[in-house]
Design a protein around this ligand. Structure first.
Ligand SMILES: [Zn+2]
Length: 164
């Protein structure tokens, strides 16, 4: 299942990518459509053409395209993840091999020799981590590792019974 996540849900877009879901964020389409914000009908057209399921907080957009979209209630990232788990059976178990770049949605590749990125991450991270991943999009190239940030997210998911 591939997603198109509406504006105002930037954090959710990043979370979905981290958990391996192919996710386009509506605000990243402003350049393609040369308009900001991208109007609902353009988003629907894009979702249709690219076979993407829309996640939105815009009730009108949801009502226009309800067969292939989900309307999120309330506020808060963990509340949203809970709804996605219940309604779309999404799974938020973190697997580094599955994760996508949180910035650009590209695939990551494992860094074979960490000396390759010696000067590209902070000394502490370099010393404390063994496994690093790098975005395969050369314009992005961002480096990731499973740090305390991911561990905090996992703890919270456990606490909220979003994963078990
Ligand atoms: Zn990237």
């Amino acid at each position: 299942m591939k997603f198109l996540v509406d504006s105002m849900l930037g954090k959710l877009s990043r979370f979905l990518r981290i958990f391996g879901y192919d996710t386009i964020y509506a605000n990243d389409l402003t350049e393609i459509f040369m308009t900001d914000p991208v109007p609902d009908e353009k988003l629907i057209e894009y979702a249709e053409e690219n076979d993407r399921f829309i996640i939105t907080k815009d009730l009108l957009l949801y009502k226009t395209y309800s067969e292939k979209s989900l309307y999120l209630h309330g506020e808060g990232i963990y509340n949203y993840l809970q709804q996605l788990k219940e309604k779309l059976s999404l799974n938020f178990e973190f697997k580094a091999e599955k994760a996508k770049c949180s910035i650009c949605n590209s695939k990551l590749r494992k860094v074979q020799d960490k000396n390759e990125i010696l000067n590209l991450v902070l000394q502490d991270s370099f010393n404390n981590q063994e496994e690093f991943y790098r975005c395969t999009n050369l314009q992005c190239n961002k480096i990731f590792w499973k740090g305390s940030h991911i561990e905090d997210i996992e703890k919270r998911l456990n606490k909220e019974s979003i994963i078990n």
